[in-house]
Design a protein around this ligand. Structure first.
Ligand code: PEP
Ligand code: MN
Length: 286
């Protein structure tokens, strides 16, 4: 089945910035995260807790997600919480835990960087740096991660257009870092039943406009655990190159985002279904 519409020119009413543009570089960019390639035929699933809480939590969750088929471990050590009174993450201690567990289990990891002053520290540990939704237009931060030589997972701003998203990626690319993955994570709309509205239009649209890999975060995109597997399947069907999602070994005890975290059993069940959807669109999940 031919499902790729990537090379069809599309009129968006704006100009795609040159380094991100598929018109100027038609070949898919492959992003290499310590040997794991995103942007090729394999759908890469990244999973782990919202925040690293303690060594048992990250160890148990890492083993569970890896055995279910996740290729990248996620976990925040510096958390961009809406409230200053909520758990802010373990900081460097969390990074050390995550890095130790990642190496011990042979699974690369991604973690969020919130501030230009953290880029050097985080680059010393992480296999990929995440720039979160709230920082998508933090231009000094984009320049700084553009200058470092680590892959970057750039999350779409919750109130950003696709044009602004591509321009944010361009800030990283012009600094010489071509290892950029775009992540659709939901946008704010009038809808209140879900935390955000997962804009799956963005997936085929971005795939047509840019050569950069596109992944989807159905956890933040919905905020509702029971609909995450359906949206994860839909993301793959829409052409996403990967998924990033929150999994916690005990979601009811999570210090952050437990309501949108799958437990290991639920994650494993979802992965079984995702393999079928991947096969239906000529992709695969190992
Ligand atoms: C996260 O991935 O933990 C996160 C805070 O995501 P976002 O920036 O998309 O809200
Ligand atoms: Mn979260």
């Amino acid at each position: 089945m031919e499902t790729c519409t990537c090379h069809i020119p599309v009129d968006t009413g704006f100009e795609v910035p040159p380094k991100a543009s598929r018109m100027l570089s038609p070949e898919n960019t492959l992003v290499n995260i310590r040997g794991v390639q995103v942007g090729g035929p394999e759908i890469i699933v990244m999973a782990g807790p919202c925040a690293i809480e303690n060594s048992e939590q990250i160890a148990e969750t890492a083993i569970a997600v890896k055995s279910a088929g996740a290729k990248i471990l996620r976990g925040g050590a510096f958390k961009p919480r809406s409230s200053p009174y909520k758990f802010q993450g373990l900081g460097e201690e969390g990074l050390q835990m995550l890095s130790y567990i990642s190496r011990k289990n042979g699974i690369p990891f991604v973690t969020e960087v919130m501030d230009t002053r953290q880029v050097e520290l985080l680059s010393g540990y992480a296999d990929m740096l995440q720039v979160g939704s709230r920082n998508m237009q933090n231009f000094p931060l984009l320049k700084e991660v553009g200058m470092c030589r680590k892959p970057v997972l750039l999350k779409r701003g919750m109130m950003s257009t696709i044009e602004e998203f591509l321009l944010a990626a361009e800030y990283i690319l012009v600094q010489g870092n071509d290892q950029v993955i775009l992540c659709e994570r939901g946008i704010r709309t009038f809808e209140t039943a879900t935390r955000n509205t997962l804009d799956l239009n963005a997936v085929p649209m971005l795939k047509q406009l840019t050569h950069l890999p596109v992944v989807v975060d159905p956890s933040h995109g919905t905020g509702v655990k029971s609909i995450i597997p359906a949206m994860a399947k839909a993301a793959i069907a829409a052409g996403a190159d990967g998924l990033i999602m929150e999994v916690h070994y005990k979601p009811e005890e999570a210090l952050c985002d437990g309501q949108q975290s799958l437990n290991p059993h639920e994650f494993n069940e979802m992965m079984v279904d995702l393999r079928k959807v991947a096969a239906a669109v000529d992709r695969f999940i190992v």
